[in-house]
Design a protein around this ligand. Structure first.
Ligand code: C2E
Ligand code: MG
Ligand code: MG
Length: 537
């Protein structure tokens, strides 16, 4: 039965096909872009709905103010003139009011059974019910008829024995009420609402009505536009059911949909190109492995106070047939994805022992450290390969160390087991690039490691005022508390070496001492034994 890591690798290889990756990227980006487009379109539609409501509300308010003003003026004029009763002079006065005010449709005198109106016999005024609002001076009747005739009164104002009304048409000519919408007068501090136009509405609305000071309140089912009035006795309110407003989608928004599909296709195409490029690089790498284009260099590691070389880190290089070098930082991540990294690790181990076997045998304190990838730590394979090669070359296991990065410890339980096995075999285990991953020092305590390699970034910051300049000394102190050795990586200047030495760091590696060397150069350096202080190899 295939093990978990094997299954993971098989899965990764299944998805690591250019077409598969491109299709997945296109589907994911299409879903993302379409969701974003729909969200934007909905947002825009909601906004346009609110804008329409605001505009309608404003137009209504302006018209209502004109209407109320004229009704009040008309009824005041009638009340203050001396005529009473229904004589011809009264009819003329009523007609004059009707003619001089644009918004007064009907003006009437009512006293018990006596009633006359500027509209003559056409429509004698009949008071239908007690006023809806009875103020100290004026009385108001609202929505006095439900008949569809636009001339019939929507709003009636009374003072003394006089009544004036405006027709519904005077309100609806400024704006069409949306179906199911109403214009309401809200009374008694919001407790009662009477429609001036449109059907009665569920009242009161949710509690935000009284607490919010917003003009437009948006609920899931309706929009409520509250118009500020000068009178404290009543408020005017426009209510429209949400879906009744014509939803307008900004023209450019329609482009979002084909745009998203096009965008997704472009992303898919780009991914395809990249994946094919990587695939061709991966097949080139395969050829490089079989044609011996990979080589191993050795960057010496020194004891900082004596400047004696104690070992080296094996670093792989890809020398192309045209002589150009491809950085491991480019092809190692690729090889990790394709699984070719195992071959590379085996190759490095084999090459280290082939090239340096005799040197290591003659100097039992010298060691070479080999970088491991995440998948190397997930299975015991590396230990087996190393054991076979060490036996073949008669080199002691302690002379081969293994470097693992914090990112390489994906499944810590399995990794811990395999690292422990490597240590049990006699190898040293180093944590590489320490400080750049997620490993805390406390967590480190639980890992079977011998040494920390502090990442170059922290060494660069040493002696500078940068916030991270204090990180290296902190790591060093904690590592010593945990009885771990420390190697400082990427030392480029003498002052860094001295500072590190002052902090108690015993070992260092960097261009100050030596760059990565060929096996022969490394062997020469070791046999020369000691590097003069401050001199590069
Ligand atoms: P690393 O293991 O942290 O190796 C140290 C890198 O820092 C090397 O780069 C080395 O040349 C560089 N370096 C050392 N001293 C200095 C210095 O003073 N200044 C500067 N600027 N750089 C310095 P390289 O060889 O390019 O390797 C890059 C990375 O590639 C390595 O980082 C390691 O993660 C990976 N790598 C290299 N060889 C192998 C390998 O055989 N197997 C695996 N799995 N990974 C490898
Ligand atoms: Mg390393
Ligand atoms: Mg490193």
């Amino acid at each position: 039965m295939p093990s978990m890591p094997d299954r993971l690798t098989a899965l990764r290889q299944f998805f690591y096909r250019p077409w598969m990756l491109a299709a997945l990227a296109a589907i994911a980006s299409a879903a993302l872009l379409l969701t974003a487009s729909i969200a934007i379109a909905l947002q825009q539609m909601k906004q346009s709905e609110s804008e329409q409501m605001n505009a309608q509300g404003e137009r209504f308010l302006e018209r209502l103010e004109q209407v109320f003003g004229q009704l009040r003026e008309g009824v005041d004029l009638l009340e203050t003139q001396p005529l009473r009763g229904c004589g011809p002079a009264m009819l003329t006065a009523l007609q004059q009011i009707g003619l001089s005010s644009r918004f007064i449709y009907e003006a009437a005198y009512v006293n018990g059974d006596v009633a006359c109106s500027n509209r003559g016999d056409e429509r004698a005024f009949v008071p239908l019910r007690p006023p809806d609002i009875k103020g100290p001076v004026y009385s108001y009747w609202l929505n006095t008829t439900t008949e569809p005739d636009e001339n019939l009164a929507a709003l009636m104002l009374g003072r003394g024995r006089f009544l004036v009304s405006t027709s519904r048409g005077h309100l609806t000519d400024v704006v069409d009420l949306p179906p199911g919408g109403s214009l309401l007068v809200v009374l008694d501090n919001g407790a009662r609402a009477i429609p001036v136009l449109g059907p009665p509405q569920v009242w009161p609305p949710p509690s935000v009505w009284s607490t919010s000071h917003k003009t437009l309140l948006e609920f899931s089912d309706r929009l409520i536009y509250r118009m500020p009035t000068k009178s404290p006795d009543y408020q005017l309110v426009l209510i429209a059911p949400r879906a009744s407003l014509p939803l307008r989608m900004n023209g450019a928004l329609w482009l979002l949909f084909p745009g998203s599909v096009l965008g997704a296709c472009c992303i898919g195409w780009l991914v395809l190109q990249l994946a094919q490029q990587r695939r061709s690089m991966s097949s080139e790498l395969q050829q490089a492995l079989s044609r011996g284009q990979l080589q191993v260099l050795y960057q010496p590691i020194f004891e900082l106070d004596s400047r004696r070389c104690v070992g080296a880190e094996a670093l792989v290089r890809w020398r192309r047939p045209d002589g150009s070098l491809t950085s491991p930082e480019l092809f190692i991540p690729l090889a990790e994805n394709t699984g070719q990294i195992r071959e590379i690790t085996d190759f490095v181990l084999r090459r280290v022992l082939e090239q340096l076997g005799p040197l290591l045998r003659s100097r039992p304190m010298l060691y070479i450290s080999v970088n491991l990838a995440a998948c190397d730590v997930m299975v015991p394979r590396v230990g087996e390969v190393a054991a076979r090669l060490l036996a073949l070359h008669r080199v002691a296991p302690r002379q081969i160390a293994f470097e693992v990065t914090e990112r390489g410890l994906i499944d810590v339980v399995v990794a811990r087991e395999n690292l422990q096995a490597l240590r049990a075999q006699g190898h040293q285990v180093l944590i590489d690039d320490f400080g750049t991953g997620y490993c805390s020092l406390a967590y480190l305590q639980t890992l079977p490691v011998d040494c920390l390699k502090i990442d170059k970034a922290f060494i660069d910051a040493l002696g500078h005022d940068a916030a991270s300049s204090g990180v290296a000394p902190h790591i060093i102190r904690m590592a010593h508390d945990l009885h771990l050795r420390v190697i400082a990586e990427g030392i480029e200047r003498e002052d860094q070496a001295l500072l590190l030495l002052g902090e108690g760091v015993k070992y260092g590696q960097g261009w100050l001492f030596a760059k990565a060397l060929t096996a022969r150069q490394f062997a020469e350096l070791v046999t020369r034994d000691k590097l003069p202080r401050g001199r590069q190899a």
